[in-house]
Ligand binder design. Structure first.
Ligand code: FMN
Length: 179
């Protein structure tokens, strides 16, 4: 099945996850693209769209790519995923934050042409890779919002190949009409 995986990845983890997905798919023809280099999805039967989460929402670049090619993708099988740290979400003062909420802009786009599968996968923050703006933003988040007392952004990885492969296996079941 000719497959394309498009990843909007500012710091590389979403792209790495895209490659793990490709590794687990049981056919040869799987192309993984960073969104900025992705061609049109023409000719592909299965399209996976993934984006990192920044400031509580999936990357706008992947949403824009999906918007641009939405009509075309009505004839294709689509899988959506977001990559972040807070994959589960939390309840706080009457609201749910994180988790599936992050993927909502993409899910909303596809409400009339339902994706076969979607998920929220675990990523990482590597302070060595961050640009200055994001580094400072995260310091403010940790110290002002979470009220920590960090002197630097901590390295944190939740990257989990098993989780990614389980996600792929679920998508494969859906392709076969199973749940
Ligand atoms: C500026 C910034 C904001 C972030 N905001 C969130 C957030 O709101 N929720 C979350 O769970 N993770 C957040 N993260 C963590 C990213 O989702 C995580 O680093 C992800 O793996 C990034 O993917 P990438 O490496 O493909 O860019 C943030 C990271 C950065 C750098």
């Amino acid at each position: 099945m000719k497959t394309m995986i498009v990843c909007a990845s500012r710091y590389g983890s979403t792209l790495e996850i895209g490659r793990w997905i490709a590794e687990r798919l049981p056919w040869e023809s799987v192309d993984v693209y960073p969104v900025e280099k992705a061609p049109e999805p023409e000719g592909y039967e299965l399209v996976l769209l993934g984006g990192g989460v920044y400031n509580e929402v999936v990357s706008k670049e992947i949403v824009e790519y999906a918007e641009k090619h939405l009509t075309f993708m009505k004839d294709q099988k689509v899988v959506l995923f977001a990559v972040c740290l807070d994959t589960k979400g939390v309840y706080m003062r009457g609201k749910i934050h994180g988790g599936w909420n992050y993927l909502k802009p993409l899910l909303d786009l596809f409400k009339d042409q339902l994706p076969i599968h979607a998920g929220v996968l675990s990523g990482e923050i590597n302070p060595k890779k961050l640009n200055e703006k994001d580094y400072n933003l995260l310091m403010t988040f940790y110290n002002k919002i979470l009220k920590r007392n960090f002197t630097e952004v901590p390295y944190r990885t939740l990257m989990n190949k098993l989780e990614v492969w389980e996600f792929v296996e679920k998508a494969l079941s859906r392709l076969e009409g199973r749940f």
